[in-house]
Ligand binder design. Structure first.
Ligand code: GLP
Length: 239
């Protein structure tokens, strides 16, 4: 595991974009595993900038981690809405190569299986992750057990409270989501975890240096052989 600490989130985001550039130089059709959340905003900003300056992602695949159940792509707080706002609105991306679980699918279990088939045919080269305050990755919440494959989850109260900041009415935050499982995440060739701000310092330290436990899903990243952690100084202060 490589841990890099930057003065600012923007500096970390620039480094993350350099990793995309490296991947795009190696693979004709790079497969990026993408995430949503406030942490990812500087990264997408820098990525958009890089594309405008000539980074060619026209053959790249984008496979997102998760989506709220019941929020359609047109909902601004859906993960699809987030991606549109921060990435797809700014850079042309072939719709056939941009994937997010469908949280409004009539058969959610079938949608999970469809997503796993997509992951099986498009193994992720570079997986970006944020980390929840409770140590979740994607929407894999802490528990006695974790699930390897894409599945439906009940969101924890911590996650619902934390994500309420993105919704006009906190009561609107969905209580369920579809998420790639920890198996899907750990199968990525390379994983990049980003975390910024003092409030992430504690969970980052526990995830990177504490015991590996399903009670802190991000701690499973210690088992992956190619993880890069990009932090700002505030998030790194307890390591
Ligand atoms: C969300 C997402 C995660 C994200 C995390 C942190 O609920 N499902 O993929 O990494 O929580 O979010 P933020 O970056 O806003 O702190």
């Amino acid at each position: 595991m490589r841990i890099r600490v930057f003065d600012t989130p923007d500096a970390a985001a620039a480094y993350a974009v350099a990793l995309v550039e490296q991947t795009a130089a190696v693979y004709a059709e790079p497969v990026l595993g993408l995430a949503t959340g406030g942490t990812m905003i500087p990264f997408y900003k820098a990525l958009v900038q890089a594309v405008r300056q000539g980074l060619d992602l026209s053959r790249a695949w984008a496979i997102n981690l998760d989506e709220y159940v019941g929020l359609g792509a047109e909902h601004p707080q859906s993960c699809a809405g987030f991606m549109r706002e921060h990435l797809y609105r700014h850079v042309p991306w072939d719709g056939a190569r941009a994937h997010i679980p469908d949280g409004c699918a009539p058969d959610l279990a079938a949608e999970c299986r469809r997503y796993d088939r997509l992951l099986a045919t498009h193994p992720v080269h570079l997986q970006f992750l944020g980390i929840g305050l409770n140590g979740h990755i994607g929407f894999n919440e802490p528990g006695d057990e974790l699930v390897a494959e894409t599945h439906l989850v009940e969101l924890s109260e911590t996650t619902i409270r934390s994500n309420a900041r993105f919704f006009r009415d906190p009561g609107e935050v969905p209580r369920r989501a579809i998420t790639m499982g920890v198996g899907g995440i750990l199968r990525a060739e390379r994983v990049v975890l980003l975390a910024f701000g003092e409030q992430k310092a504690e969970v980052v330290a526990r995830a990177l240096t504490g015991p590996i436990t399903t009670r802190l899903p991000a701690s499973l990243l210690q088992l992956h052989r190619d993880v890069t952690v990009l932090l700002d100084t505030a998030a790194a202060q307890k390591i």
